[in-house]
Design a protein around this ligand. Sequence first.
Ligand SMILES: *Cc1c(COP(=O)(O)O)cnc(C)c1O
Length: 393
Amino acid sequence: MPHHSTKKRIFLSAPHMSGNEQKYVKQAFNTNWIAPLGPNVDAFEKELSAYVGASEGVALSSGTAAIHLALSLLGVGKGDIVFCSSLTFVASANPILYQGAEPVFIDSEPDTWNMSLQALEKAFKVAALNGKLPKAVIVVNLYGQSAKMDEILAICNGYNVPIIEDAAESLGSSYKGKASGTFGKFGIYSFNGNKIITTSGGGMLVSEDTEAINKARFLSTQARDEAIHYQHSQMGYNYRMSNILAGVGRGQLEVLEQRVMEKRDVFNFYYEELAELPGLNFMPELEGTYTNRWLTALTIEEKVTGVSANTLIEALAEENIEARPVWKPLHLQPLFQDAAYFSHEKDYSVSEALFNSGICLPSGTNMTKADQLRVISCIKSVLIINQPYVISG
Ligand SMILES: *Cc1c(COP(=O)(O)O)cnc(C)c1O
């Protein structure tokens, strides 16, 4: 057997340029707009906001910065409580800590792998009994799939608590025909290198509240007061996106729709080839939603296949194929060991079950069919070799 390093590496989700990015970057160079402001930044904000149907957007250095500013604008501070989906990347919750607030983690539910309605209701009841409601709820749309936004909004509105929709993974997805990221008081997107479109690093905060977005723009540029000299009456941040990177973003946005279709094709090909195998269950797409399928995710029932998710990930790694476990729930992270957690059922945590059996397959839009077949045949060979029961007459 050849050593794995001799085979071409297949990445989980590599950047995929369209070619037009360089046109906008070149414009920035030609006009010497090499700064964290400029025509590409303004245009990228307008173009992305128009695409998702939000009134306003501010381009930032990361999705994390966008969540941080959203919390700051909602007045989240020391000792406050913020509810947050547990099954997500740590960036969803780190900004809660930046503000000195306390995260309370909410489990997932099986239909969407996103925030559980019953766990959220339970958390609100307990918070109300304790006389301390959360200042905000951060709802994550995992791997492109929208959470049950109508129901979640109804619960949160009932307590008058605003939502920050973490749509870092779901740009290009929709829920009942409306763009993912436009349901909460604030929505955030990420353009990190592995996201569906990228600026190499960047983010966007969107809202219907023009005043709030203007405030975010102010805070993201060191909160400089209007004066000829440098005057500051508030603490600010250096969170603005550069005009060069916004140029990359403009080129990427032009192909977003195409990327969504390509991601969905990747998912569909895996599904056609693997869904019939016993013990494999693909992440569902909730009726009335359209997911960008940022990553193809599925679970493996070890009892049925004789193979754990980790064993499969290791077997793929041997073939120089990058697959990953599903996010480790944040309530299980040492960083958040003191945080409260509300599970979907009293004795059943959906996010933990998904973590224990879940796997994300390479889902890059620049993967070839042959690359994908390499992934598929590796999975098939591992599963078939390890069938625990030989079925006989
Ligand atoms: C990527 C990601 C973020 C953070 O975005 P950055 O741009 O990397 O800061 C936040 N939330 C989720 C769910 C993500 O996947």
